[in-house]
Design a protein around this ligand. Sequence first.
Ligand code: UTP
Length: 293
Amino acid sequence: MSRPIRKAVFPVAGLGTRFLPATKVMPKEMLVVVDKPLIQWAVEEAAAAGCTDFIFVTSRGKSMQVDHFDHHEELVQVLTQRGKKAELEAVEAILPPDGRVISTRQPRALGLGHAVWCAKRIVGDEPFAVILPDDMVLADTPCLKQMVEAYNRTGGSVVGVMDVPREHTRRYGILDVAADDRREGSLVPIKGLVEKPAPENAPSTLSIIGRYILQPEIFDHLEKGERGAGGEIQLTDAMARMIGQGPFHGYRFRGTRYDCGDKAGYIAANLAFALERPDLAPAVRAHVKRLAG
Ligand code: UTP
């Protein structure tokens, strides 16, 4: 029996340089897709996958993300007085139960691996999920829920994966795989992992997106603080050291991934998610048609 995934870690301490100047003061994860900040989409996905504890790894000037999940008494009073029920529901429904939002800091942006390591004491000795909020997946079943269902069959570690064009391998952690039937919803046993390889050196085009289910032993590998690609402490390098120590699979999720850390990807996500909304789709479709025509 696989141990349950109760804790979700959100590493949100990065500098967001690709989105400057928008992210000079405002955290990237507060960028809005349709009508919710990225961090809210991520927390909702974790909750839908059964997570009950939400761990934010933030940094200087990023506490806004934690505030977003706090009770706002003045706002509640005003909305109640004005009879704005839908708006009241929208701000109250996002609040996890008391004590379930936990925040820690990454004092220096030393890389994703270091950000995850900063959550070590809060995660403790149990498997956990990691969601990068700037990776959004539009899917019938939320991506992390699909992964938890796959993990319940295999145990060990599971990372969300998708094929990317070979010329883009330099942007991702890439899998070396033993066998791959290429079907969505399938699990791919991992032989090796390489962070940001040049296209000619990439062992495949199967890349890791911002969804992970990890075993607590990952912290032992992150502890060493070894620098990898770009001089950063890479999560991929620590994961690579766990291969062979237990089941380790890539999961080809069902759905479409949008890279919201990138301007074009972010705009595409807004359109795609708006087109899913019955109240917005007709107007958005008309705008797109006019602009494209
Ligand atoms: P990115 O590679 O997207 O980096 O990090 P970034 O700093 O957010 O953005 P750019 O590339 O400069 O535009 C992937 C995820 O890892 C987190 C980020 O917040 C993001 O969610 N991260 C990255 C940290 O929390 N700490 C780090 O030191 C690096």
